[in-house]
Design a protein around this ligand. Structure first.
Ligand SMILES: Cc1cc2nc3c(=O)[nH]c(=O)nc-3n(C[C@H](O)[C@H](O)[C@H](O)COP(=O)(O)O)c2cc1C
Length: 171
């Protein structure tokens, strides 16, 4: 039996998990679960950033961002970058014990410790003033470790961290 949810937001909280990413802009890092691919051609992704976060200000200044994919063993990095703001000058690379590396197409740093990094240039912005500002980023460069596998990624939603689910069959 299904019930009609009185609170529509509960439909959003009931959604399956999303991959957690580390968004890098300038020398700052921020954890985000509001992330998805947007287009195959040109390859593009989208990330939703709350207006009050320092990263929002930085993306609007730089017009670019890096997407760094953490693995399940990097959950502490995800927690740190998702609980401390860089606005007052905190260096989250030092705090989390990780290493910045220069991008080839963007000025912002990427996280050397992550096995997959996408360098993105902002091509569209979508405003949802009550929630997030969405940035559509066209992928300009990709750095992929030969040992990277998407099974190692970390998922998050509804205050739960999860692993990627079991493989079922090829489509
Ligand atoms: C698991 C997790 C997921 C998060 N997802 C988002 C997100 O999608 N968008 C967002 O704006 N903030 C998200 N946050 C909160 C920011 O990471 C957090 O507010 C951070 O301290 C902002 O840093 P900044 O002020 O340096 O940008 C998330 C935090 C955690 C722990």
């Amino acid at each position: 039996m299904k019930i009609i949810e009185e609170k529509l937001i509960n439909g959003i909280w009931a959604l399956p998990s999303f991959p957690v990413v580390l968004v890098t802009v300038g020398h700052n890092i921020m954890t985000a679960a509001a992330f998805h691919f947007y287009s195959f051609k040109p390859p593009s992704v989208m990330v939703g950033i709350i207006y009050d976060n320092y990263t929002n200000q930085l993306i609007n200044e730089y017009n670019e961002f890096g997407i760094n994919i953490p693995t399940t063993d990097q959950i502490e990095i995800v927690r740190i970058c998702g609980s401390v703001s860089g606005r007052e000058g905190v260096d989250k690379y030092s705090l989390a014990g990780i290493t910045p590396v220069s991008g080839v197409k963007i000025k912002s740093s990427l996280i050397k410790d992550c096995r997959l990094n996408l360098e993105c240039e902002v091509v569209h912005k979508v405003d949802y003033p009550g929630s997030h500002q969405w940035f559509i980023g066209e992928v300009k460069a990709v750095h992929k470790d030969e040992n990277y596998s998407r099974e190692q990624a970390l998922m998050f939603w509804g205050r739960e961290y999860r692993k990627v689910g079991e493989f079922l069959e090829r489509a």
